[in-house]
Write a new protein. Structure first.
Length: 396
């Protein structure tokens, strides 16, 4: 039984209660949890929507008696070790607080609050419950393609990284069966609409690769009557490490032609191009060196049927933290630091000036990057990962 290793010593699986079993459970977390049955098993859930509840019961085999109308009743159960909170963003804090007060460890989806005041409240929760794990999910910190890219950046594959460029565009309208269909995303009760909900992952990727952002300048546009929040967010970024760059997310309501969507990093010794953030297959990155030669890295896992977006890894980190008290990457602080450049970028768009985050952040800005997740009990950073490396001489 590898998948995918945890600490020595045999443990009973962690027993979890789910608060919310909507799309994120169906598409992201259940596919991961169903591969980790030795480590974590759902025993109860709270979900008011009958169709979602029936689907979750069908997937998990849980009986009707495992369903709760009110999650506070589920929190009274002594046999629930931990909860996974998958609620609309404005509801996350309340549920995390109630769960911690009931003595549960918490795996909570991002972002920790819909603005920086709520983020401060999340930081307060962490301080108030030092004996419990409060984990804020950020799957991009755990993606194998991004971890491998970061490893090679640390090895100096690009030399000094001086610039970054990333444009993501695409039509964004409510589509049945997708995240955009959920009504709470149409009139978002959190700042920035899709630029916080989805943009937080892009910021996580940039911080994982380059460290904290020190200054931002933002611009916004409204060209979408169907989804709340600005449709365009243009963000100029100066990282504490010295890298400068631009991240633009453009989500109008009309159809737009397919975009490249690839993050590019420009260094003194080469250029790195990452595969688009949401491709399902063949994830990785290419490096073009100073001679125009190309080298590409692609990652996959033999133990999994499909490429995982980091969800299995983040659950492994959470379980290890609960079991052993080990440090974990998905902390409240790391997720808050993903929010800060986005929310201060929105402030900048409103005020019209650059914002220096060193004087406008709830936490210290650091040039060192997010820690790389190391699988517990495995043989190093890339335990169980298949890495295919190919080289093309003289390509451009
Ligand atoms: N990491 C990622 O890639 C990713 C992707 C999508 C969503 N998310 C996050 O997951 C969370 C959920 O998003 P979603 O897309 O699944 O939304 P969703 O609307 O599909 O699911 C939320 C569920 O919560 C249920 N719910 C509402 N009130 C409840 C209550 N009082 N008690 C219990 N359940 C209740 C709803 O019925 C619904 O099924 C959000 O925080 C979002 O930011 C993360």
């Amino acid at each position: 039984m590898d998948p995918n290793i945890i600490a020595p010593g045999r443990h009973e699986p962690l027993r979890i209660g789910a608060i919310g079993a909507g799309l994120a459970m169906e598409r992201l977390h259940w596919p991961a949890l169903s591969r980790l049955r030795h480590h974590v098993v759902p025993i109860a859930f709270a979900e008011p929507n009958d169709a979602s509840a029936a689907r979750f019961q069908g997937e998990t085999g849980l009986p009707g008696s495992a369903r709760y109308a009110d999650y506070r009743q589920m929190l009274d159960r002594a046999d629930v070790d931990a909860v996974v909170i998958l609620l609309p963003i404005p509801m996350l804090h309340h549920a995390a607080k109630a769960s911690l007060e009931a003595g549960k460890h918490v795996f909570c989806e991002k972002p920790p609050g819909g603005d920086l005041d709520r983020a401060q409240e999340f930081l307060g929760l962490e301080r108030a419950h030092p004996d419990r794990i409060l984990f804020v999910a950020e799957n991009f910190f755990y993606r194998d393609d991004l971890r491998l890219a970061r490893f090679h950046l640390d090895q100096g594959v690009l030399g000094r990284v001086h610039s970054l460029s990333w444009r993501i565009s695409g039509q964004y309208v409510p589509r049945a069966g997708t995240f955009s269909s959920t009504p709470w995303r149409h009139q978002p009760g959190y700042r920035g609409g899709p630029h916080l909900d989805g943009g937080i992952h892009m910021m996580a990727a940039m911080r994982l690769l380059l460290g904290d952002v020190a200054k931002v300048h933002g611009l916004i546009q409204h060209a979408n009557s169907q989804m709340g929040g600005p449709s365009t967010f243009v963000l100029n970024l100066a990282f504490a490490s010295g890298t400068v760059g631009n991240y633009s997310a453009i989500h109008p309501e009309i159809v737009v032609p397919p975009d490249d969507n690839r993050l590019r990093l420009y260094g003194d010794a080469g250029t790195m191009t990452l595969t688009p953030p949401y491709v399902q297959e063949s994830r990785g990155f290419d490096v073009h060196d100073i001679n125009g030669s190309g080298q590409s890295w692609r990652v996959s896992r033999t133990s999994s049927a499909s490429v995982d977006g980091g969800y299995v890894n983040e659950w492994l980190d959470f379980v290890a933290a609960v079991r052993t008290g080990s440090n974990f990457v998905g902390s409240v602080a790391q997720s808050v630091m993903n929010m800060v450049p986005l929310l201060r970028g929105l402030d900048s768009a409103e005020s019209g000036g650059e914002v220096d985050l060193r004087a406008n952040s709830p936490l210290e800005i650091s040039a060192s990057s997010v820690p790389l997740w190391v699988p517990t009990g495995g043989d190093g950073l890339f335990h169980g990962l298949d890495i295919v490396e190919t080289r093309t001489e003289g390509s451009t």
